[in-house]
Design a protein around this ligand. Structure first.
Ligand code: UFG
Length: 326
């Protein structure tokens, strides 16, 4: 298939591109390189462009005879989204509409969308299921939820079929250690703890240890980025073979606390470092754990690296090897 991957130079996108290429698909990666790294794109065609340019999107789809889109391009910092809501509504929602309009024009009928657990907000029950209430507590989560709603409309009106993948906490790196997680600024727990183990940071701060969890720190469901990428491949191939639109959670169904993550990093790296408890971070739910039963059942998705140790050790291999010039 000829597949357009937006945001394919980013952390998750680059892993998606790699798995599509391995399966023999023709990939066109579009990325504005604001957060992505060109060297993370392991093959196919690369176009440096922004989703704001609808004319260019039309041209790209037409010229490359695009048959399906995997849409990952987005801003994804919860904190920033509360300070600059316009940036999130524009880039994650409005620019996404440009993409859908270009799909309509070029009769591209299938899209896999990179959504997030942040669409749920503070959950009523754990593990979270796809039909639980969606009341995002951040502009980021809301901008992603708005796009999910638009997808439903474009399906009704134009018959564009979509699979929305609601990721929980993506982590880890390709086991061949050529691509990995490198955000600037980095805000995610596992890379920050690994950078502390490497001595790039003085200490790690635990954002609150007074939550009602087993050790007081927040619990998250970490999913290996290669397992996430594999789900995109299953989803796009299922759409191509006529499957209906659907929404799926992607996690491991197992939660680990911030303190457990830090302990595991210390064990795996053999490094000791300073840990300090600081204030809670605004907007952090205490516990986020996914039920991924639906995608396991319907698309036969099975995680290859569900263990936290494996997730952290693949990330460690990549960080140790220098990452993208850390
Ligand atoms: N944390 C720390 N110290 C740090 C960094 C993080 O204690 O230096 C804590 C956070 O408070 C949180 C946990 O580690 O409790 C995980 O934090 P991350 O920033 O790694 O991930 P989040 O759970 O906040 O966010 C992730 C994605 C978002 C997505 C969200 C959905 O980054 O894009 O999951 O649940 F919206």
């Amino acid at each position: 298939m000829n597949i357009l991957v937006t945001g394919g130079a980013g952390y998750i996108g680059s892993h998606v591109v790699k798995i599509l290429l391995n399966q023999g698909h023709q990939v066109v990666t579009l990325d504005n390189l604001q957060k992505g790294y060109k060297e993370a794109v392991t093959g196919g065609k690369f176009i440096e462009a922004d989703l704001a340019d609808q004319k260019l999107l039309n041209e790209i789809m037409q010229k490359n005879e695009i048959e399906a889109v995997i849409h990952l391009a987005a801003d994804s910092l919860v904190g920033e989204s509360m300070e600059k809501p316009g940036k999130y509504y524009r880039n994650n929602f409005a620019n996404g509409i440009n993409l859908l309009e270009a799909m309509v024009k070029n009769e591209v009928k299938n899209i896999v969308f990179s959504s997030t657990a942040a669409v749920y907000g503070e959950p009523d029950e754990i593990p979270i299921k796809e039909n639980n209430k969606t009341e995002p507590t951040s502009t980021y989560g809301e901008s992603k939820l708005f796009f999910e709603k638009a997808l439903r409309r474009y399906d009704d009106v134009y018959g564009i079929k979509y699979t929305s993948l609601r990721y929980f906490n993506a982590a880890g790196a390709d086991p061949e250690a050529k691509i990995g997680e490198a955000h600037d600024p980095e805000t995610h727990l596992i890379p920050i703890v690994l950078q502390t183990a490497l001595g790039i940071r003085d200490k790690i701060y635990i954002f609150g240890d007074d939550y009602s969890t087993r050790d007081g720190s927040c619990i998250r469901d970490y999913i290996h980025v290669s397992d996430l990428a594999a789900a995109h491949l299953l989803a796009v191939e299922a759409l191509a073979s006529g499957r209906e639109s659907a929404v799926y959670n992607l996690g491991n169904g197992e939660g680990y606390s911030v303190k457990e993550v830090i302990k595991t990093v210390k064990e795996i790296t053999g490094k000791d470092f300073e840990v300090e408890v600081s204030d809670r971070r605004a907007g952090d739910p205490a516990v986020l754990i996914a039920s991924s039963e639906k995608i396991q059942k319907e698309l036969d998705w099975q995680p290859e690296f569900p263990e936290l140790e494996k997730i952290i050790s693949t990330a460690w291999q990549w960080h140790k090897s220098g990452g993208f010039g850390e």
